[in-house]
Design a protein. Structure first.
Length: 161
């Protein structure tokens, strides 16, 4: 007997988890106020600029997630792997001005909306690239939410009371 997940059930769960990851708490796996965008709204440009751990800033984390989403969106459209210098952001993104911080967050939202629209446009979920990419967005972004929230804790702990 072949068992299959109904596509509407799969899509409902996928998009609910994606929504929680990026925007709105549903109680699936995050605490209230800890989605990516909610977290970023609590971070000042100075906090986003402070290097932590191995010297990477929160601004670099945001730039990396944005690049990842852009690359993934292109891959979903073309199924072509492209060469990407994943280390460039970690080498180059450091301090951000208030305007640059706003622009980074806006660019991340743009990239998120593009991937979301692409995933929502998939009608047949039988091919590996779509399913693997959907899971990859969730896992990759969840990792970076944790890294950003930990970095923010370190940055805030070092600030004068």
């Amino acid at each position: 007997m072949t068992q299959q997940i109904r596509v509407p059930d799969f899509k409902k769960a996928l998009f609910e988890i994606l929504d929680e990851t990026f925007e709105n708490h549903h109680g699936i796996f995050t605490d209230k106020g800890t989605s990516l965008f909610a977290t970023l709204e609590t971070i000042t440009p100075a906090q986003a600029s402070r290097p932590v751990f191995t010297g990477y800033s929160i601004a670099a984390q945001v730039a990396h997630v944005t690049l990842y989403l852009d690359v993934l969106d292109r891959y979903l459209h073309t199924q072509q792997n492209e060469h990407v210098d994943w280390e460039e952001i970690w080498r180059t993104v450091r301090e951000v001005t208030p305007d640059e911080w706003l622009a980074r967050k806006a660019d991340l939202k743009r990239a998120h909306q593009a991937v979301l629209a692409t995933l929502q446009g998939i009608e047949v979920w039988e091919e590996e690239p779509a399913i693997a990419s959907a899971f990859a967005v969730l896992a990759h972004t969840a990792y970076h939410i944790g890294a950003i929230r930990l970095a923010l804790y370190v940055v805030q702990s070092a600030e004068p009371a």
